[in-house]
Design a binder for this molecule. Sequence first.
Ligand code: IVH
Length: 661
Amino acid sequence: MNKNMAKKEILRLREKINLHNYKYYVENNPVISDFEFDILLKKLEKLETEHPDLVTSDSPTQRVGGKPLDGFKTVKHKTQMLSLGNTYNFDELREFDERVKKHVGDAEYVVEPKIDGAGVALLYENGILVRGATRGDGIQGDDITLNLKTIHSIPLRLQGDKLRNVEVRGEVYMSISGFKKYNKEQEKNGEAVFANTRNASAGSLRQLDSRVVAGRPLDIFVYCTSYPDKEFDTHDETIQVLRKSGFRVNPLTKKVKNIEKAVKYCQKLEKLRDSLDYEIDGSVIKVNSIAQQHELGSTTKNPRWAISYKFAAKQSTTRLNDIDIQVGRTGAITPVAILEPVKVGGVIVSRATLHNFDEIHRKDLRIGDWVLVERSGDVIPQVVKSISEKRTGSEKQKSIPTKCPVCGSDIVHPEGEVAIRCPNKQCPARLKWRLKYFASRDAMDIDNLGGQTIDKFIDAGLVDNVADLYFLKKEDILSLEGFKEKSAQNLIDAIEKSKQQDLSRLIYSLGIRHVGKYAAQIIAMKYNSIGELSKASAEDLEEIDGLGDKTAEAVGTFFATEENIELMKRLRDIGVKTKEIKKEGLPLSGKKFVFTGGLTSLSRPEASDLIKKQGGLVVSSVGKDIDYVVAGEKPGSKYKKAKKLGINIIDEEKFRKIVQK
Ligand code: IVH
């Protein structure tokens, strides 16, 4: 293909990809399959590799950047990014309307949800995204263009010609479901979690490596323009134009005739609040006419034509009675607030996570303090701040522990991490976590081996590591309180049975950092045995499609450690299945399955095992690359998503046929 033809084809492909990207990420209504989409993208990538001079910054291939940055450049906004004045009741909102009326007469309003995320400004020149920045102090912010480009609902090139040179403003947020999933995964890997969705979005945008940002479930709603080539008559029209230009605008945005209608709509939004998959902390009421907006102008901080109505916070005050210390599976030490029980948004709260000691220090929390407790988006309760005015002088500071509260080892503070850790791998607290993890349903699935029994084993000195479980004798178990002949035998049988679990379960159950269920499956697909796996270097592992660098490194390190080598040897010698010869070309090789809803004829772990035995993979969330979604009874949101994406949805009967073939 000559250059001219290549150029034409590149432009044609980009236009097509942009259109389908928009349909998928903005309209939530894809019209081609993921496979077809990938083919378009691959074609474009190929042509751009052959003609690197034709690569432009707005090409859909440029969404994920290359090397991490050393720091962010500071950039000046086109016009100041103002913040909003707040009202907390409807009378204050009516007073705002009075002020508006006094200056410009009767006004129509637009009411929007106030998204609780991070404000950003997107600068377009000739229809191309040239810069994206944080709000910063309102005058200047950080240049986070590469990070913002990873958000697929931000157009790299504007559709149509209504807007060409413009700064568009909006709020980047993390969905509540995405946030919970992210934190769950972090917690499982012993990594820091975000306190709320706001921190999650702001924190993600501050990452220097855009590839990290690309993995975070971020999205955006845009809500106004600044510095447009042409102004529209009303805010409502601006919103419509933004929508037509390829942006995601909030579907709950509504034009109302007067302030009473605005009040009604604010009440409606507040009712809707808990049903949304994103956090809103209020609504924003904006004068609709742009001419009236100009007439009203702004103060140094806030526009006079817009105001927010803040929803009742899901907050309460109570006493911080104590700060407890927990040692996690990876040794991470987490302080936990022990609170005088209090009702927060309808739920009694008596404990709240404090995340880490930096946080206690930053919030200056002292034992005995009155504190403000918050629950947002049915997420774990948080201590927001202490109420220092209520101090009597008897409050006590909690010092950072220097010794592990469980085993007494000297605590370490690894560089670059916020968490402090107990470095003792044999610490009973860590051991308990590790064993519970090993025996859990998704891991070796040992029936009857719950947390309390494990505590008893460790306290009695019967087990020091997971391999010791397999050396337990019935008499050992009978020597513990609460066990009889039958229950002891059942437990022995269950432990014995778990020796035959498949390789992916064994890999998962070792609790290697970053190795979740999916990573364990793809590792087990590549290696036939623990022996083979332990010889693999991090570089070998990095070659596995879908396995991140951090995971590869963690696996490499795990199997290079002396005590883990010894542990693997003992597991193998006692008869735990550490080898699985895979027949080539299994019927479901590489096929990805997702479950939603309840199955009736078998359990999820059983169904997963059937898939894995035939070379398939079980994935937890629906994405473009899923081959089958198995819908059982009362399927959830994954079903809807699969339907939207046009993925093959099968019922339990069809599933059985596929796996029994
Ligand atoms: S309008 C001059 N609309 O709230 C207009 N802001 O406290 C200022 N926000 O910095 C912004 N949702 O980051 C507007 N629908 C919405 C919003 C919204 C969230 C944020 C934005 C702003 C802050 C104001």
